[in-house]
Design a binder for this molecule. Structure first.
Ligand code: AP5
Ligand code: MG
Length: 217
């Protein structure tokens, strides 16, 4: 049982790592980006509102994001822990999460911060393809699917995210840079931050994160 936040800039590998760890350790993976994309695909009012911000590479407003995430972690499958990917992204979100967990006598225990030099991130994001059904993540160069454009796990057609265009990636990096550092300081002050080298083979990075998780269990 672990309550954990994965921190890292866009393209750092949060989704890739959370999926590896979910399959190795059975830890529930909750991604606010995936939740917004699903809502947008279903054309709900939340999804349409979120899409306006996502398509520009901006953050979805705190009130909408916080209530969606706090409702999600109230669900039964989150009762024995989770790994958050993409939340919190602002100090207000981090404080709201702490308060909500405190009310049920839980807390975030550890925050692996996946660090990757920024000059690697553009190529990672513009070459990414993802599965809209099972959320598997690929890359044209570093992790190509066995059949071009088809998910290895569930045979669905892979899609490129609309916010992975170079101009939007640049806005996303600009938007997230300061917030990510502010959140790193927030969790460092609580002695929960663990910096993890996010370069190299993804499975080596998974091992680095698992050893950080093992420190607290
Ligand atoms: P979100 O979906 O969370 O996007 P993000 O934070 O920009 O991060 P990414 O998903 O792009 O990157 P990742 O770190 O998961 O990397 P991945 O593993 O895919 O959010 C999208 C949008 O939703 C936001 O911009 C915002 O508008 C909104 N939103 C979401 N949460 C919000 C919140 N809390 N508040 C407000 N707004 C919110 O890897 C990337 C690529 O690199 C892949 O192709 C992968 O194969 C490759 N790769 C991974 N690891 C390696 C490696 N070790 N070596 C080489 N390539 C690698
Ligand atoms: Mg992701």
């Amino acid at each position: 049982m672990v309550y954990c936040v994965l921190l890292g800039l866009p393209g750092a590998g949060k989704g890739t790592q959370a999926l590896n760890i979910a399959s190795d350790r059975g830890i529930l993976h909750i991604s606010t980006g995936d939740m917004f994309r699903e809502a947008s695909a279903n054309r709900t009012s939340l999804g349409l509102e979120a899409q306006e911000y996502m398509s520009k590479g901006e953050l979805v407003p705190d009130d909408v994001t916080i209530s969606m995430l706090l409702e999600r972690i109230e669900e039964d499958d989150a009762a024995s822990g989770f790994m958050l990917d993409g939340f919190p992204r602002t100090i207000k979100q981090a404080e709201a999460l702490d308060i909500a967990l405190e009310s049920s006598r839980k807390q975030i225990e550890v925050v692996p911060y996946i660090k990757v030099p920024e000059d690697l991130l553009m190529a990672r994001l513009t070459g990414r393809w993802s599965c809209p059904d099972c959320s598997a993540i690929y890359h044209t160069v570093t992790k190509a699917p066995e059949v071009d454009g088809v998910c290895d796990s569930c045979d669905s057609h892979l899609l490129q995210r609309s916010d992975d265009q170079p101009v939007t990636v640049k806005t996303r990096l600009d938007t997230n840079r300061e917030w990510t550092e502010a959140l790193a300081t927030y969790y460092e002050d609580q002695n929960k931050l663990r910096v993890v080298d996010g370069t190299g083979d993804p499975y080596l990075i998974t091992e680095r994160i698992i050893s950080v998780l093992d420190e607290i269990s």
